[in-house]
Design a protein around this ligand. Structure first.
Ligand code: CU
Length: 350
């Protein structure tokens, strides 16, 4: 859910609850048509597609397990758009929900092959058409754009210890490979700012510098790029790609606070380096349920976009081997690089 005036408030459930049996019968064909066409429920969304080079892998159908694409997807099933649609602060300490939105023990049937050092592109899709065809959404018209513009994007990785299609990620240790909060060198486009004002889910900061990672994603056609560290040894891994929407600041109400949308994407990494992942951080220990992050309040008068720390562990220093390797390959030195362990992965517990 979003602000009272935010995400779609006409859900099939409320429709049904507000109807007498007689009027329900009158509207049944309409309700059936709505349910058959799109999931007309409260906002949010899911992964539409993941690409790796020329490989295009469709995300699962969250609403019908029998969909043919579900037998070919490498993305684990996420929550549907109705409760639970995302993970809230009262569940930040729950490994089952925090690792893969309830799919920790329900692997996807395939993996996507990607070379170490290369990128995968994740295309998000809104569950509703709130931003479809709206200015500032990167000309995405093939499906619904992602619906929120304020929030963080985090990327973690874990080893599947073999086969991702049988991997239980409940107690996995996650290593952060990228994160993004507010970029104070950029502004949101005036188009998207206006679109969000009309949603209505006004964008903060209301003027000046401060581009949230989520707005960057929406402006870029709801696409996010993730680089696989070139130092990482070959094998099967799972990416925990996470959007944290902050449009509905936390109060005493347990349905408020940052909304975590977590997509687990199974990869077969080829051509890797000589570095293995550190132990990482269990999903239940990534964020504090009452810390700085949980209490991010874009609506408070004192909100300062220049002082929004990024929560969770620091980025794994193995990621920076990408740059080191390039430097190494041009260096004259013939010294063999030793296999180093990377242990600087302490949670900052915000
Ligand atoms: Cu939402």
């Amino acid at each position: 859910m979003a602000l009272p005036t935010g995400d779609n408030t006409t859900t099939p459930t409320s429709f049904l609850h507000s109807s007498t049996f007689f009027s329900l019968m009158r509207y049944l064909p309409l309700a059936a048509a709505i349910l058959a066409s799109t999931p007309l429920v409260s906002g949010h969304g899911q992964v539409n597609t993941v690409t790796s080079g020329t490989t295009v892998n469709a995300g699962p159908n969250q609403y019908w397990a029998g969909d043919a694409k579900n037998s070919k997807t490498a993305t684990r099933v996420m929550y549907q758009a109705s409760s639970p649609a995302y993970v809230l602060f009262d569940s930040y300490g729950d490994n089952s929900r925090m690792s893969c939105e309830g799919s920790a023990k329900s692997p996807a049937p395939t993996t996507i092959s990607v070379a170490a050092g290369d990128y995968i592109e994740v295309y998000w899709e809104g569950a509703t058409s709130e931003l479809k065809g709206k200015a500032g959404t990167g000309s995405l018209t093939a499906y619904n754009p992602w619906v929120h513009a304020m929030g963080f994007v985090f990327d973690y990785i874990t080893s599947c210890n073999g086969d991702c299609t049988t991997f239980d990620s409940t107690n996995a240790g996650w290593t952060k490979i990228a994160h993004a909060g507010i970029d104070m060198s950029q502004t949101i486009s005036s188009d998207l700012r206006e679109t969000m004002k009309n949603k209505p889910e006004q964008y903060y900061p209301t003027s000046g510098l401060g581009l949230w990672a989520m707005a960057k994603m929406v402006q870029n056609g709801s696409k996010w790029s993730i680089q696989i560290p070139s130092s990482l040894e070959s094998g099967q891994y799972m990416i925990r790609h996470e959007l944290a929407a902050v449009h509905n600041p936390k109060t005493n109400d347990p349905t408020t606070g940052p909304q975590l949308y977590i997509a687990c994407i199974q990869l077969d990494v080829t051509g890797g380096g000589d570095t293995s992942l550190p132990a990482g951080t269990q999903a239940k220990s990534l964020y504090l349920p009452d810390g700085t992050f949980a209490n991010t309040n874009v609506l408070s008068g004192s909100f300062n976009p220049a002082n929004v720390p990024i929560p969770g562990p620091t980025i794994w220093d193995g990621v920076f081997d990408n740059a080191r390797r390039e430097a190494d390959s041009t260096a004259k030195s013939t010294t063999k690089r030793s296999k180093r362990s990377h242990t600087r992965n302490h949670p900052s517990r915000l």
